[in-house]
Design a protein around this ligand. Structure first.
Ligand code: ZN
Length: 65
């Protein structure tokens, strides 16, 4: 027994250690896999800065800044 729990295929998990996609909660590398859902907000959101700038420019264009 490895103690692994096999999930249904609809639950794609992503290893937090190596980033591999897996269906088991423990990756082959020994890392813990979590559901591979994109976070709603990430401080590392590549578009977050762009959106902030776009909003600032909009505010500036209507005279609020
Ligand atoms: Zn892994």
């Amino acid at each position: 027994m490895h103690g692994l729990r096999i999930n249904m295929a609809k639950h794609i998990l992503k290893c937090q250690e190596c980033g591999a996609y897996t269906l088991t909660e423990q990756c082959k590398c020994g890392g813990v896999a979590v559901p591979a859902k994109p976070p709603k907000y990430s401080p590392e959101d590549p578009y977050g800065d762009y959106r902030r700038r776009a909003k600032e420019e909009y505010w500036r264009s209507i005279g609020l800044l």
